[in-house]
Design a protein around this ligand. Sequence first.
Ligand SMILES: [Zn+2]
Length: 396
Amino acid sequence: MEFDLSWVLLGFPFVFALGWWASRIDWRQWRLENSQAPRAYFKGLNFLLNEQQDQAIDAFIEAVQKDPETSDLHFALGSLFRRRGEFDRAIRVHEHLLSRADLPRDDRERARHELALDFMKAGLYDRAEAAWAELERTAYAQEAALGQLVICERWHDWPRAAALAQKLLAGQGQMPLTHDLARNLAHNLAHYLCEQAAAAQEPGEKLALLEQAQARAPDAARPRVERARLLAAQGQPQAALQALAELPAHAPQALPLVACEMVALAAQCQALPQTRALLEQSYAQAPALDVAEALAQACRASDTGDASQQQARQIYVRHLEQTPSLNAAARWLAGAPIAPPETHAAVQRAVERAARPLACYRCAACGFTAKTHFWQCPGCQAWDTMPPRRVEELDK
Ligand SMILES: [Zn+2]
């Protein structure tokens, strides 16, 4: 058999090259590098579960450096940065993800959504609006519409907020609304229309907007209350009182806010007995301090005689028997001089001072406290989170 040496000569450089390549590979190193990325990932996860966010971030940065192609790690890292208030770092992580040409469509949309959340948290609303706009035809369409709504609220662009809410309620979004979301949106829409009414110049336009708000959310208190106040300001006490008398049937929780206004209107229209009966009925269902105060005012307004004054004080006593209230005690004390007069003044001052902070309103969502009631909390910007009851009544 003939042995062809030319094959050996040709194969020799190939075998040599193979050997050289094999010698360059450090197999132990290769295995180590491959196992380090998940190890760093699990380390980060472990820190996260132990609420050690600083260490978790270090571990995730290490994991991302080892495996820059993994988008999940970037998402975890970006979300951690955002939660810690490091918005510029969160934005950088998500922008880096978006700049990758090989990113699948789902991850691209997710990254844009995360970026919109970063901008919102950082207060960069113009950039957030652009990010939300790019999500309009994606799986995040509903969130994008709600995000844009929040931006309209921050900018006090009430007509656009109303239009967006109406569009969502009309079912023009891609996802169906849940019952709670639809109800909240209807109530928010009523607030947007009320804000527009407050800014409107023409009384006719104001009234039309308030009526529209009431029709949109019949169980919302604000359109009814503001409509009644507008009618009262226009010199129509009878119509204003009638509007407020409908409140117990639709939004009974708001009656304490307007109980004293109702008594003043009733006094103008000679309708004190009916209003007192309505307030008594409301008080029997929910004994609110402001309704008790309104009942006492109604007693004083109906007759200036001693018997009526005594009856008015008796209303505070009845309230005190039901609930320990410093405000009721202060009001009772104001109409009941105790001897000697200088002692009375000192005791009344002390009780009124102690009662003052308890007469505030407080947001149930963020704890913001104010002397006056707000439909939108100035602290957390949420609507209807300030119950129309005094702090003293909330802490029972
Ligand atoms: Zn709040």
